[in-house]
Design a protein around this ligand. Structure first.
Ligand code: ATP
Ligand code: LTN
Length: 334
């Protein structure tokens, strides 16, 4: 590093191994992570502790956590440039989470839309963990003093709560935490379900979901079946044509074209041409990722070396913040 070069800013983000990664995970989050890895010091996490806020099968959770790391790398994240690790391997997240929970209001957590959605979906299992999920997420971010948090639109509210908690803590104890900013992509920030274009494509909701590891023929079939409308005009109109607007956004995010360019390219052509073209753009986007992820998934020793090294580096950074926080709140030094 040059003598006077300003220190690189820090990034933290994570995805739950609660299901197979989707096109939404890629376009809303991972694609951005890749573009930021040279300019920032990045920590990219597999947030398994968040995943257990809804019931998981233990063997599946373990397999998906490791495979998710393979998929991160296959998307272009370089383990030599980024700290990549599994959340439960760094106990400081949970430790800070407890402290932050004591600076978070019940009312604030009650207003979180993701909590309301998930509580409705899992009405028989609304746990304290599901409720305090955003506190753990705030700990993930604040324990590394992250400046930027690249996420999809649905996570903006959680990052804002994280800022509020940090600000409150700083107000009481003096400057302790960096206030993080959400970083949300322009295209692909909210990929909608192909079956119901008014709800988010979500990995724990298989209907209308395109998975990153889907085979080309499955991707084609899913796009051909995508819900649209009956006026056969490829035009971006979120209100009246949510299905076509979603497909246009996906097409643009996959090809780098603007909405105007895409509309012009499909002017006068029906959905019978448009839908397979969107599918093709996604197939070509995901093909190299799937092939590389399959290769890496077989190399368990390599993946283990990456997540062990990542946890060690992350833990070193996290411990510095935790020690400062424990001192400020009045805990006796260990
Ligand atoms: P779950 O169904 O378990 O809640 P999910 O599919 O919603 O999972 P997350 O793990 O919550 O995915 O999200 C991972 C990252 O990907 C987050 O940054 C989130 O904002 C982003 N993301 C998830 N789904 C989408 C989507 N449909 N469109 C854009 N971004 C998304
Ligand atoms: N809540 C996020 C996952 C997540 C996260 C984080 C994202 C957990 N901790 C910290 C960014 C920063 C979600 O995608 N559902």
């Amino acid at each position: 590093m040059e003598a006077n070069a300003p220190a690189k800013k820090r990034i933290f983000s994570g995805i739950q191994p609660s299901g197979e990664l989707t096109l939404g995970s890629y376009m809303g989050a991972i694609k951005n992570w890749v573009s930021l890895q040279d300019e920032y010091n990045c920590l990219y996490c597999i947030v398994d502790m968040h995943a257990i806020t809804v019931r998981q099968n233990p063997a599946d959770l373990r397999r998906r956590s490791v495979n998710q790391l393979a998929q991160y790398i296959a998307c272009g994240l370089d383990p030599a440039k980024n700290i990549m690790f599994i959340q439960s391997h760094v106990p400081q997240h949970a430790e800070l989470s407890w402290v932050l929970g004591c600076y978070t209001q019940f009312g604030e957590l009650s207003r979180m839309t993701q909590f309301k959605d998930k509580a409705a979906k899992h009405a028989d299992n609304i746990t304290a963990g599901l409720f305090t999920y955003p506190v753990l997420m705030a700990a993930d971010i604040l324990v590394y003093q992250a400046d930027l948090v690249p996420v999809g639109q649905d996570q903006k509210q959680h990052v804002e709560l994280c800022r509020d908690i940090a600000q409150r803590f700083n107000g009481v104890y003096g400057d302790t935490f960096t206030l993080p900013e959400p970083f949300i992509p322009k295209m692909g920030a909210r990929v909608m379900s192909l079956g119901d274009p008014t709800s988010k494509m979500s990995k724990s909701d298989p209907d209308g979901c395109v998975y990153m590891m889907d085979k080309p023929e499955d991707i084609m079939c899913k796009f051909k079946r995508a819900v649209t409308d009956c006026d056969a005009c490829v035009k971006f109109d979120k209100e009246n044509k949510p299905g076509i607007s979603n497909l246009l956004s996906i097409y643009c995010a996959a090809t780098g074209k603007t909405v105007d360019e895409a509309e012009a390219a499909f002017a006068g052509q029906g959905y019978g041409i448009f839908k397979p073209a969107v599918a093709e753009s996604v197939i070509e986007l995901l093909r190299p990722i799937r092939e590389e992820a399959e290769r890496l998934t077989a190399d368990k020793a390599y993946l283990e070396s990456v997540y062990k090294d990542g946890a060690q580096k992350a833990s070193y950074l996290a411990e510095k913040t935790l020690r400062k926080v424990y001192k400020k709140v009045g805990f006796v030094a260990r």
